[in-house]
Write a protein that binds this ligand. Structure first.
Ligand SMILES: Cc1cc2nc3c(=O)[nH]c(=O)nc-3n(C[C@H](O)[C@H](O)[C@H](O)COP(=O)(O)OP(=O)(O)OC[C@H]3O[C@@H](n4cnc5c(N)ncnc54)[C@H](O)[C@@H]3O)c2cc1C
Ligand code: FES
Ligand code: FES
Length: 1235
């Protein structure tokens, strides 16, 4: 039962391998497995995701983890060194997985090319960096990289230097020269005893018995068949990627799973893994990146969203089945799969082989898939199609079409195929409309299909056929020409990445002063070696217990009874806690609003996922299993409100001033899950004396709950680092801390809480969905005279920070524009959903999105270019006032805008886009350029404070504490840079151990792009310590310890008057993006992106924040989609359902330029807040996509004014393109709803 990950982390104590999703979907747990392969007589190395790898299947294999390849104590491996030096590790949680994927690639291919790297990293997600710095570090292993070439091969195969792209002085953020060389002879060898054993072979059936499961591992086919005969119900495990994920994700499935598994991994290890080479060259499909999941497993899982069956069935493949009684061959088609997860195999049969016939002349084959994300994502619909045409006459001899993702099993429109191939028909236009109406009739997609989007799926059924039609027609035209792979342009690597930043360091600055110089993340190396500790990496405290949350399954209900009796009888269960166990207050106060820690019986539950109680047990598995046995009886209450209820809140919009035109529109923007790689949790350790308790917690804001009724001076929170936060670890962790602390208090033992991904997504919620309704008056030249905007946000069931987030949306509603009459109202709608909370940008991205939508619509309605409309409305001059009357100078903003237009070549690209659109019907391009003005700091003035404590020891070493938490933003590195300059000691002599409430109390959350400003200033005020040498100071009895305090600006807003200096200062930027959409599938790709910004950073290594923020914004505005069922249950609860951008999603070309001579007298060393603003630039993609859709609609004679909600997913793009295929699909009730 034990998987490799838990074995490594808990039994062996190797915590470098991280757990982030538990479902094989993120790559954080990647390790290398090596085996001796009999057939090839060689040792093979491959990666596995340790979270899905049953330990026993590794019998005879060698496992290498990140700790095994190098360490700070011995020697770093070049992979570890380069990712750290290239600034490819921010929060560091994904880093060990990235390192192991790259390491394994190098073991197999010491001089890889870029495509190899892309493939190797395709299964590894990173939420911080935007991938560019990781690739930058790793591409130094490519052969010609040693000469400093960019490896991109742009410009007709010429080197970048020949093409004149190269500007090393601007681009290089790290030095290549002193890299450790890669020396494969130094790699770990495969253990000889394993090789000997593998060569000998045991010849026996291995048997592993667990508490609930027995695993039998045959060593040859005969043994397998015999075992299958004896235990017909036992499933086979090969890669375990299907079985493993269902066990991990739904504990309720466990009892249903047979207790005996038969593993083939000991013997027939590559069962079917080489079958892919048999496919005829005219077929293509995307393979997921996992090396060890098998084709056999893919077919036998009988899951229609897996891609292979549809194409293999179209190819007339056959399956050879085998049992003790003999073999039989069956055609692979829809009849093999009678129901979801079921095959026609007899229980004692196994799939022995797959036969794919070679293609013949006159055959045309194509496969299609459309997924939420291009790689590492299940398809929404997949299809395999094959037509055989009679040579010379083009008469259709046979047609095979199979679809996956349109029903519970593989579907073939048999009638349609029959109709089309009847009557000796030739391949031509006239069959198309008949085929489409026949397909519409025959392929029915239920509205309740899991995953929803049934209208989109139906449209894809038609679109895929149309694409097939076009493909075959084109191929027929070309005849002997090489078959092209139409999806190929969508599988791209990072082709061009240009970064430029102005010289931040003056010539007079001493070389010892690190401020302004690229500085590696201070824990970069530890993160790359797996030595960096996160809360769940801390070793077990003696006798520690584990807590698992019991959450509500109802959106609005009274709790009638909680029955814990069954759970309490289970072995290893210690206790169950609920509201009655809280010694202090069960209510947490936050700005006078109350939030319950545990749901109270009287009040009832207000959302699915609300914490009702918690199960405490001796192990996390036992706690999880027992929690599932808690029986809660509810009485459902009405109403259940889930969506932004606009109707009853509609506001009468009064007449505005005179204008030529007036329009009323709305835009809906969905929420976003933080998806920090490290899930939330903590360890609460009672000290056994005076009620003291230590909390080792991953939080951005060490809030100590009032739950224990113990004063704050006895509770110490320690935060070493976070594996990403993005705002999600400010508020929600307080409730989790309270629950865990109550458990620790009640049991007197240390208690560990570590949310699994599904619970984290369910309980902690994310970014607020927003609806903006606006009415705008404008002149015919596009000048906006007046705009009246009402923002509605879905706040969820408690207020949390919703009101402040709405404030920020309202304070950003002008963005870069001077609108003489601008009115905004904000309504936070209370609903029965988990309470939405802070997320990078804190309402800014939503506020900005609505005003940009206003500008975009004005341009479309008035027939002007969006760029022109933006320009005529922009703030101009030296001194301007925002709509809340804060003075600022827009000069840098205008400079960013001009430079962005110029560097992106906007005008000529626009012409290219228009030309492309006039020449293509089913592919369209769009381009958008946006400015940005973003307020830095908290608008609640009292939060703008920072504190630090600096201790100097007699040996000259320095220990710094400050109130900011390190979550990848490099706040410690920046504090070290400042301390180094101020104290005039090298960074290596300064250390930051942790953030601790015992040293720096009452810290503000590390948020609002203000962390560095606050902490940097606080560290800076330590000047008093520096002039003297340490010894002199000590002997003169001068304190070598000092605190610094930074009292930030007194920001405020008078909401009655609608004015106030809400922000410390503003950062500015502009961004231009170009996209191409596939009008038939809704797929899009980003062609180019240019960000020009006045962000100025203390250390230019933090440039990757611009890219990381942008990529997160790309997710927000184009990919990431949360689904709720109509009864309020979150359906997207893991990496396989919720897609964040992967390496394949980043733009082919991304250019980031920082503005030269951008001053900022307000913040430390002219730094500028960088954390939040770049995220909004992701919206340029949204507007570029909207323009591309408009071009498609225009071709079809449709209005170019149309609604489009964010994110602009493939489904939304496709449906907005509207054509004959979408019109054939009728609407019905949805599987999930917009909240
Ligand atoms: C994160 C992630 C992303 C994925 N992305 C994609 C994707 O993009 N496209 C896609 O198509 N798939 C995708 N998959 C699915 C993946 O391809 C399948 O899970 C995998 O192929 C199953 O193979 P396995 O060896 O792991 O099967 P296992 O999990 O070991 O077994 C699966 C089932 O098949 C049965 N079985 C296996 N072999 C045989 C046999 N020889 N005879 C009889 N029964 C057998 C087993 O009994 C079991 O019921 C993804 C999976 C994950 C975890
Ligand atoms: S892939 Fe194993 S934790 Fe995500
Ligand atoms: S550095 Fe990749 S997830 Fe944080």
């Amino acid at each position: 039962e034990e998987v490799l990950l838990s074995y490594l982390r808990r039994k062996v104590g190797l915590t470098g391998t991280k757990s982030a999703c538990g479902g094989g979907g993120c790559g954080a747990c990647t390790v290398m497995v090596s085996r001796y392969d009999h057939n090839q007589e060689t040792v093979i190395h491959y990666t596995v995701t340790a979270c899905l790898q049953p330990l026993v299947t590794l019998h005879g294999a060698a496992v290498v983890t990140v700790e095994g390849i190098g360490s700070t104590k011995t020697k770093l491996h070049p992979v570890q060194e380069r990712i750290a030096k290239a600034h490819g590790s921010q929060c560091g949680f994904c880093t060990p997985g990235m390192v192991m994927s790259m390491y394994t690639l190098l073991r197999n291919k010491p001089q890889p090319n870029m495509e190899d790297i892309r493939e190797a990293l395709a299964g590894n997600l990173c939420r911080c960096t935007g991938y560019r710095p990781i690739i930058d570090g790793f591409k130094t292993f490519c052969d010609s990289q040693s000469s400093g070439c960019c490896q991109n091969g742009t410009g007709g195969g010429k080197c970048c230097r020949e093409n004149g792209h190269d500007d090393s002085s601007e681009k290089e953020l790290f030095l290549h020269d002193n890299f450790l060389p890669l020396d494969p002879t130094q790699d770990l060898i495969f253990p000889p005893e394993l090789m000997i054993r593998a060569k000998q072979g045991s010849g026996e059936v291995l048997c592993f018995r667990g508490e609930r499961v027995t695993l039998l591992a045959p060593s040859d086919l005969l043994q397998l068949l015999e075992l299958k005969f004896q235990h017909p119900e036992a499933p086979l495990i090969l890669g375990n990627t299907t079985i493993g994920t269902s066990v991990q994700m739904d504990i309720g499935l466990l009892p249903k799973i047979r207790h005996i598994y038969i593993s083939c991994s000991c013997s027939s290890f590559f069962f079917f893994s080489s079958i892919l080479f048999l496919l005829p060259p005219s077929s293509f499909f995307l393979l997921h990146p996992f090396s060890k999941n098998t084709v056999g497993g893919n077919i036998m899982s009988a899951n229609p969203k897996y891609d292979l069956c549809s194409v293999l069935a179209a190819l007339d493949s056959t399956l050879k089945l085998c049992s003790k009684d003999g073999t039989r061959t069956v055609p692979l088609d829809d009849k093999v799969f009678p129901a979801f997860g079921k095959t026609i195999l007899r229980p004692d049969e196994v799939l022995l082989s797959l036969h794919v016939p070679f293609s013949k002349p006159g055959e045309y084959v194509a496969a299609f898939r459309q997924a939420q994300r291009r790689e590492l994502a299940f398809s929404i619909v997949n299809a395999g199609m094959k037509v055989t045409l009679q040579r010379d006459s083009n008469t259709i001899q046979s047609l095979r079409i199979f679809y996956g993702g349109v029903g519970p099993t593989l579907v073939t429109p048999a009638l349609t195929c029959q109709r089309i191939r009847g009557c000796s028909r030739s391949w031509g236009e006239d069959l198309l409309s008949e085929a489409c109406s026949s397909l519409t009739e025959e392929v029915r997609v239920s509205a309740s299909i899991p995953g929803g989007k049934h209208e989109y799926r139906k449209t894809l059924v038609l679109s895929f056929f149309y694409k097939f039609y076009m493909y075959v027609t084109e191929e027929m035209r070309k005849r002997e020409a090489t078959v092209s792979c139409s999806s190929y342009p969508y599988i791209f690597i990072l082709t061009i990445y240009l970064i430029s930043y102005p010289q931040l360091v003056s010539h007079s600055q001493p070389s010892t002063d690190p401020v302004g110089r690229p500085s590696m993340h201070c824990s970069g190396v530890e993160q790359a070696t797996g030595e960096a500790k996160y809360y769940d990496d801390l070793p077990p405290v003696h006798g520690e217990l584990f807590v698992h949350m019991v959450t509500s399954s109802r959106a609005h209900a009274r709790i009638i009874n909680i029955d814990s009796s069954q759970a309490l009888q289970m072995p290893g269960v210690v206790t169950f806690i609920s509201a009655t166990d809280v010694p202090g207050s069960n209510q947490r106060l936050w700005f006078n609003t109350v939030e319950e820690i545990f749901a109270e019986k009287e009040v009832g539950v207000l959302c699915v996922g609300q914490i009702i109680g918690a199960l405490v047990a001796e192990s996390r598995e036992r706690a999880r299993r027992a929690a599932a046995r808690i029986q809660v009886t509810y009485e459902d209450l009405q109403p259940v409100i889930l969506t932004i209820q606009v109707n009853f809140m509609k506001i009468k919009i009064n007449a505005l001033v005179q204008r030529d035109n007036q329009s009323v529109y709305e835009i809906y923007m969905g929420g976003q899950e933080h998806f920090y790689m490290e899930t939330q949790g903590l360890i609460a350790v009672p000290r056994g004396e005076s009620d003291e308790m230590d909390l080792y917690v991953g939080t951005q804001h060490a809030l100590v709950s009032q739950a224990l009724g113990i004063s704050s001076n006895k509770i110490t929170c320690h935060v070493k680092r976070l594996g990403g936060g993005f705002g999600g670890k400010i508020m929600k962790i307080a409730a989790l801390s309270a629950v865990t602390a109550v458990a620790a208090h009640k049991t007197g033992k240390a208690v560990r809480c570590c949310l699994d991904r599904g619970d984290d997504m369910l309980i902690t919620s994310g970014r607020h969905p927003f609806l903006g309704q606006y009415k705008v008056g404008y002149n015919s030249d596009g000048t906006i005279v007046a705009a009246d905007i009402t923002y509605y946000s879905n706040g969820g069931c408690t207020l949390d920070e919703s009101a402040f987030i709405m404030d920020k949306a309202l304070l950003h509603m002008d963005n870069a524009y001077r609108i003489p009459h601008l009115r905004g109202r904000g309504m936070v709608c209370r609903t029965h959903l988990p309470s939405y909370t802070a997320f990078r940008g804190f309402g800014g991205p939503q506020g900005l999105m609505v005003i940009e939508s206003v500008l975009h619509e004005v341009a479309v309605c008035s027939g002007l270019s969006p760029k022109k409309v933006r320009e005529v409305n922009m703030y101009q001059g030296d001194l301007c006032y925002t709509h809340h009357m804060q003075a600022f100078c827009p000069t840098d903003m205008l400079r960013c805008w001009d430079q962005c237009l110029q560097r992106s070549g906007y005008e000529s690209r626009l012409q290219d886009v228009q030309r492309f659109n006039s020449q293509n019907r089913w592919k369209k391009r769009g381009i958008a350029v946006l400015p940005q003005k973003f307020g830095v700091g908290f608008s609640k003035g009292f939060f703008n404070q920072g504190a630090a404590l600096v201790n100097i020891y007699k040996d000259g070493s320095v220990l710094v504490f400050h109130g900011g938490t390190e979550m990848g933003q490099g706040i410690h590195t920046k504090a070290l840079q400042v301390a180094s300059r101020v104290l005039k000691v090298p960074m290596s002599s300064i250390f930051i151990k942790e953030t601790c409430t015992g040293n720096v109390p009452n810290a503000s959350p590390s948020a609002a792009s203000f962390g560095t400003d606050a902490v940097g200033m606080a560290v800076k005020v330590q000047k008093a310590l520096c002039p003297r040498t340490v010894n002199e100071a000590y002997f003169e009895k001068i304190s070598l310890s000092a605190t610094g305090f930074f009292m930030g600006p007194p920001t405020y807003v008078d909401w009655e008057k609608g004015e106030g200096n809400a922000y410390y200062y503003f950062t500015f930027g502009a961004c231009c993006s170009e996209v191409e959409i596939d009008c038939l599938t809704g797929d899009h790709k980003v062609l180019q992106k240019c960000i020009n910004s006045s962000f100025l950073l203390i250390g230019s290594s933090f440039l990757s924040f611009v890219e990381g923020g942008f990529v997160q914004g790309l997710g927000l505005y184009t990919i990431e989609e949360l689904h709720f069922s109509p009864d309020g249950t979150l359906l997207t609860r893991g990496a396989s359902q919720y897609k964040i951008p992967a390496l394949c999603d980043v733009p082919t070309e991304l250019n980031v330029h920082l503005l030269a001579n951008a001053q900022n007298p307000h913040a430390i060393y002219m730094s500028k807040g960088i954390g939040e603003p770049p995220l909004f630039f992701g919206s340029t993609l949204f507007f570029a996509i909207k323009s591309a859709i408009a071009a498609a609609r225009s071709d079809g004679g449709l209005s170019t004014v149309f609604p489009l909600s964010s994110p602009a997913t493939a489904a939304r793009i496709r449906m907005a393109c509207e054509d004959q295929f979408t019109h054939m699909v009728c609407a019905s009730s949805p599987w999930s709803i917009d909240v």
